[in-house]
Structures are given as structure tokens and as C-alpha cells.
Design a protein around this ligand. Structure first.
Ligand code: PMP
Length: 392
């Protein structure tokens, strides 16, 4: 039919360019090993950094919450959807992050969509790192504010852009990813904070890939730079290191109070479910008790990265467990991912628009759930595949 024709054409073009995403299906819990499309494979591409997605404590907490609260919140937070466990989670997040207050959203994406438009609007400007995540970009667009991009992780360029925009706006916001999800590099938050402070501009960081990874016991990027109380807004997710799903914003108490009045997904979309909330609280309990999971993650990542580099792979400039295997063109990334899968390794290819054209890669995500023999098997299979396809 005619009204579908353009989509069919676009889909064919994506397939021709090796950019069509083949979505595989899991029939097992998230862990080091998965059953994917009916096949048992070693997992190298989930965001389950600490292995908490299938942790007995989190599952137990979720089951108990279902018995006490049922499965759904029944309403948006402001009407009848705020349960005592939502407030408990927000208190726990604030304490964990050593922030004044916190608010939860349904996901990290929603946290960005809810937060940015509540803070800036049509007469305002957003200074945004050019490689910020899609959810930040969409939040910025939704706000209607003018978006002034600064060069990736470049505080001097940020200063210049602020200067160029002087006198052209009412309010301003500086926003950056904390850990950049495709490259694993860390934003220079200390310099950004100084610039924000000097210019009296709001500062927000999206710590989706820093929570459970950076800082003391996984407290995140603000803790990593020891900037407690000095970064106005720390946005995050429960879907990665915490292994659950949900979004969070912590920071200045006035801002959190404002978001509870004006964060549209908080006002107009139902709250996180009780089992999710309870599992998140159990995740915070674990991280507050011990650094064992965070320590294993870093140990595993160091081992894998060192040996991948030794084997001749270009693993980019990551400063975190995120390990991009740089391959260049999307069809090569797809071919390598397929070859790895045929040999029992699950590692999805990533191409445009998630990363720039010509910068396709396989992004390996190391987890605390990996055992030594899992890492060794992965290294061996990557090397075999890399040689076969002429990558190394
Ligand atoms: N921000 C960043 C930097 C992310 O990488 C992601 C996840 N891809 C999100 C936000 C969205 O998080 P969620 O999956 O909780 O919506």
C-alpha cells in the first residue's frame, strides 16, 4: 500500500548499507551467559555492569513488594501513584549520592525528557556536549531552548561558546553525559563545574554509565570528582548497573521540588512499579554494604581491555569498563558480530545514527558477572574472528 511505501524503501536502504538493526531475543535472565535466539552464548553487550539484574536479593525484594503492594502503581505520582516505597527509594538515592534530594522517573530517558524542559524554555539556551546521548538531545529539543553545542569534552570551547552567546538568553543550562556510552570517556566535570559556577549557569550531568561504576562504591561521577553539592542536577538510570529499570535525578533540593511540580513524565505518566522500586532499593543496599561488585567490574574490565589491546584491536580511548572495538564501516561490524555469534559470543554491532558514520564498532560491555574463564573465552573468540576478518 502506498502509505507504507516510503518506509519499505527506507528499510531496504538500511539493509543495503548494513545499518538495519537485527533484534535478537533472549529467553534467559541477564547474566554472563544468555540464551539468545535459542542458543547459549557468552554475553558481552548488556549494561548489567554489576550483575544485579538476576541477583537473588533484588529478586527477593521484588517478590516481597508484589505481595505487599501488587504489580502496578495505579496512577501518576501526583494523583494516587506515590507509594511509601517511592519516597523511600528517593531518600535512599539522595543519601547514596550524598545529594540534598532526589526524584524518580520511569526511565533514564524519561528523566532527561522530564528534567530539561522543566528548567529551560524558548528564551533560554542550552550548552550541550556535541556527543551527548539521544535522550539529552531529545530533552533539549523538547524544551524549545536554543541549543549551542560545544566540542566534545572541551571546557575551553564551552567557555568560548558561552561568551559568543552572552546577552542573547534569559536562563542557561550546561549539560553533558558523565561517561559517554559509546566511547567510555569521562566528561571533565570539574572544569565544567568551575565554568558553570563562574557564569552562574545551571549544570546537569547524565550519569547513566557512571552509577555503580565510578566513585566510591559506585556512587557515580559527582562522587568521582568529589563535587558533592556543587553539581546542580545529576540524572541517572536504574537500568544499567542497578540491573532494574527506572530513572532518577538527584541534586539541589529546590530543583527536585520544582521537578515534582513541572517534570511532565512525573505528572503525566504512571510511576515506577512496586517490584522495580523495591529491587532498586535492594540494589542500593548491596552497594552500600560492600564495594565487591564494583571492584570485580573494574578488575574484569582492566583484564579484558589490556588483552584486547595486546591482541592488536583498536579499543579507542575508554576510561571506563565500556570497551569499543573500533571497526570503521558498519558492514564489517555486522559481519564480525555475526561471526562471533556463530562462535558463541553475543556482542552487537553499533553503527550510524548511534555513532557517527565510519565509526561503527562492537561495543563490549564487561560485567562483574563475568568469570575469568568467560573473559578468556571471549578474548580467544574475538582474536579468532578479528584474524578471520582482517581486523587484526
Ligand atoms: N542516558 C544515557 C547516557 C544512556 O546511555 C541511556 C541508556 N542508553 C539513557 C540515558 C536512558 O536510560 P534508560 O534505559 O533508563 O531509559
Amino acid at each position: 500500500m502506498k502509505r507504507f511505501e516510503w518506509m519499505q524503501k527506507e528499510i531496504s536502504a538500511l539493509k543495503d548499507k548494513g545499518l538495519f538493526t537485527n533484534i535478537r531475543t533472549l529467553s534467559s535472565p541477564q547474566d554472563a551467559w544468555l540464551t539468545v535466539d535459542g542458543k547459549k552464548v557468552l554475553n558481552f553487550c548488556s549494561n548489567n555492569y554489576l550483575g544485579l539484574a538476576n541477583h537473588p536479593d533484588l529478586k527477593k525484594a521484588a517478590r516481597a513488594a508484589i505481595d505487599t503492594y501488587g504489580v502496578g502503581p495505579g496512577a501518576v505520582r501526583t494523583i494516587a501513584g506515590t507509594m511509601d516505597i517511592h519516597k523511600k527509594l528517593e531518600d535512599r538515592v539522595a543519601k547514596f549520592k550524598r545529594a540534598e534530594a532526589a526524584i524518580t522517573f520511569q526511565s533514564g530517558f524519561m528523566a532527561n525528557l522530564g528534567t530539561i524542559p522543566a528548567l529551560v524554555g524558548k528564551k533560554d539556551v542550552i550548552f550541550s556536549d556535541e556527543l551527548n546521548h539521544a535522550s539529552i538531545i531529545d530533552g533539549c529539543r523538547l524544551s524549545g531552548a536554543r541549543i549551542a553545542r560545544f566540542k566534545h569534552c572541551d571546557p575551553n570551547h564551552l567557555k568560548q561558546v558561552i561568551k559568543e552567546n552572552e546577552g542573547t538568553y534569559e536562563k542557561a543550562l550546561i549539560i553533558t553525559d558523565g561517561v559517554f556510552s559509546m566511547d567510555g570517556d569521562i566528561a571533565p566535570l570539574d572544569f565544567l563545574q568551575e565554568i558553570a559556577q563562574a557564569n552562574d549557569i545551571l549544570l546537569a550531568v547524565d550519569d547513566a554509565h557512571g552509577e555503580g561504576v565510578l566513585g566510591n562504591g559506585g556512587r557515580g561521577i559527582v562522587d568521582h570528582f568529589n563535587l558533592h553539592g556543587q553539581v546542580d542536577i545529576e540524572i541517572g538510570t536504574f537500568s544499567k548497573a542497578f540491573g532494574v529499570v527506572g530513572g532518577m535525578v538527584s541534586g539541589n533540593a529546590v530543583i527536585i521540588q520544582w521537578l515534582k511540580q513541572r517534570g511532565r513524565p512525573f505528572l503525566f505518566s504512571s510511576a515506577m512499579t512496586p517490584p522495580d522500586v523495591a529491587a532498586c532499593i535492594a540494589g542500593i543496599d548491596l552497594l552500600e554494604k560492600s564495594t565487591e561488585y564494583v571492584d570485580s567490574l573494574w578488575k574484569n574490565a582492566e583484564y579484558f581491555k589490556t588483552n584486547m589491546a595486546k591482541n592488536g584491536f583498536d579499543i579507542g580511548q575508554s576510561q571506563t569498563p565500556i570497551t569499543p572495538i573500533m571497526l570503521g564501516e558498519a558492514p564489517l561490524a555486522q559481519a564480525m558480530s555475526k561471526d562471533l555469534f556463530d562462535n558463541g559470543i553475543f556482542a552487537t554491532p553499533i553503527g550510524f545514527p548511534t555513532v557517527p558514520k565510519g565509526k561503527a564498532r562492537i561495543r563490549v560491555m564487561i560485567s562483574a558477572a563475568h568469570r575469568q574463564e568467560d573473559l578468556d573465552q571471549g578474548l580467544e573468540k574475538f582474536a579468532e574472528s578479528g584474524k578471520k576478518l582482517g581486523v587484526i
